[in-house]
Write a protein that binds this ligand. Structure first.
Ligand code: UD1
Ligand code: CA
Length: 462
């Protein structure tokens, strides 16, 4: 009966020389998240007892990154000279629990999928295997080790691309770089790996050794070969950015979320989006934002750590930061919701409106050119164009209270602290500095004079 303790060896020591950046490739970000973080996060789903990282080339950069990610089960092993993948596993083996299953994975395969790993583990346990490894048949097998099988499909060996002759290169089943070993068998055969090019050891040479010794080997066929893109060249690195977007796009489509221009949209992994949402070009949604069912975000919007209620329409160029927006609201274009804005349902906030640290009640409207700060606003309030709360006296911020069904005339200055009672009204251009009682009109206006036959002075050219 196979033991279920899982150890992992992740090989990250390589020089990454084909990439030409003089950096260990595992630290490179793909759309903001490093290869290392991506791979380790996927592996953590399997709850391994240990993940042993083999580091070498510019090891401090890799160690600093892994420390910053705060995982508990990471063990570091150093491979001082990069003598190949076989040597990397040799360096790690002393840290591996003898009774464990050992998953060995190339560190440059950031999209590795759980489905393949889980199927590999299942087959391993069912058949009490010595080795299972993943293979795929990519459209272009260039660069991968080719799989050689006997006539009855028994695994015989892997030959690396550079060691194949033209005929052998025609084989399109390739090694994906994911291996599951019975640790005791691996320990036994590791010393038998032959030296290549004078000093290197290929992990893939173990396949022939296992096969020769009649060890039980099976393969797991990868369903989506894109998941095993390994990043060797700068072109692979570019492809990885695209693939990441494509995977996200495909996930969204499954949930009925439409990304209109997936390559221009940035959505953090902690964002939670419900179904039937539509997101236009150049939208960034960051932090732990929540976007509820049926929301439409038209384009060029920034939403950070905010919650947007269902069926709300967000027109272009809206910024929402650390705020909550209710259901069926309409925002924008060009609205700015600064932190601690709490917007209830069916609210309309229009163009060039800034809200800060305020509660806006149901069905209230602030359609044009306003600043509402430090305000408690009731429901069904209408704020006329150009009205603002004057909340700052040069020293302190003060509060404005606007009760239900208040009608604020255009260009009203509400000099805080001030309260506008229920159903009160202000005339256009009013500077309101005293509390306004319920059902009362507040108006401050210089009496209008009209001077007939007023001829402007003619312009004199100088
Ligand atoms: C390897 C496989 C190949 C397979 C392919 C799948 C070998 C010999 N070949 O080739 O059969 O098709 O992966 O992606 O294994 N590394 C070390 N120390 C070293 C050398 C490499 O830690 O001395 C690490 C690298 O950092 C990298 C991983 O091992 O993360 C794989 O090395 P790489 O040189 O990319 O192998 P491939 O040529 O892609
Ligand atoms: Ca590689």
């Amino acid at each position: 009966m196979a033991n279920k303790v899982l150890n992992v060896v992740l090989m990250c020591a390589g020089k990454s020389s084909r990439l030409g950046l003089n950096l260990p490739k595992v630290i490179l970000p793909i759309n903001g998240k490093s290869l290392l973080e991506r791979t380790i996060k996927t592996l953590q789903n399997l709850k391994p007892k240990k993940i042993i990282l083999v580091v070498g080339f510019k090891k401090d950069l890799v160690i600093d990154l892994i420390k910053s990610l705060n995982f508990r089960n990471i063990y570091i092993v150093e491979q001082k000279k990069q003598l190949g993948t076989g040597d990397a596993v040799k360096k790690a083996i002393s840290k591996v629990d003898l009774n464990s299953q050992l998953l060995v994975l190339n560190g440059d395969t950031p999209f590795v999928d759980l489905d393949t790993i889980k199927r590999s583990i299942r087959d391993f346990n069912k058949k009490n295997l010595d080795l299972n490894f993943a293979t795929t048949k990519p459209r272009d097998p260039f660069g991968y080790g080719r799989i050689f099988r006997s006539k009855n499909r028994k695994i015989e060996r892997i030959i690396e691309e550079k060691d194949c002759n033209d005929e052998q290169r025609e084989i399109n089943e390739v090694n994906s770089g994911l291996y599951l070993f019975k640790t005791s068998s691996l320990k036994k055969f590791l010393p038998e790996m032959p030296k290549r090019n004078g000093s290197e050891y290929y992990l893939t040479d173990l396949i022939e050794i296992f096969s020769r010794n009649n060890k039980k080997i099976t393969t797991t066929q990868v369903k989506d070969d894109r998941r095993f893109l390994n990043i060797n060249t700068i072109d692979d690195y570019r492809k990885a950015h695209e693939l990441d977007k494509i995977f996200f796009y495909e996930e969204c489509i499954k949930k009925n979320i439409l990304l209109k221009d997936p390559f221009s949209i940035v959505i953090d992994e902690d964002v939670n989006i419900s179904k039937d949402v539509s997101i236009g070009p150049n939208v960034q949604i960051t932090g732990e934002s929540i976007i509820k069912e049926g929301v439409v975000i038209e384009g060029n919007c920034l939403i950070n750590s905010s919650k947007i209620g269902s069926k709300t329409l967000i027109k272009p160029f809206v910024s929402i930061d650390n705020s909550v927006v209710g259901n069926d609201c309409q925002l924008g274009p060009f609205s700015n919701l600064r932190p601690d804005s709490i917007i209830s349902d069916q609210v309309k906030i229009g163009n060039y409106v800034e809200i800060k640290k305020s509660n806006i009640g149901n069905k209230s409207k602030i359609p044009h050119l306003s600043y509402i700060g430090d305000t408690d606003m009731g429901s069904k309030v209408n704020i006329g164009a150009g009205s603002i709360t004057c909340n700052y006296d040069g020293f302190d911020k003060h509060k404005t209270t606007i009760e239900d069904e208040v009608f604020v005339g255009s260009n009203t200055m509400m000099v805080a602290p001030v309260t506008l009672g229920k159903k009160s009204t202000t005339g256009a251009g009013t500077v309101l500095s005293k509390n306004l009682s319920e059902n009362t009109l507040g108006i401050t206006r210089v009496k209008e004079k009209q001077i007939p036959n007023w001829n402007r002075k003619p312009k004199i050219k100088k």
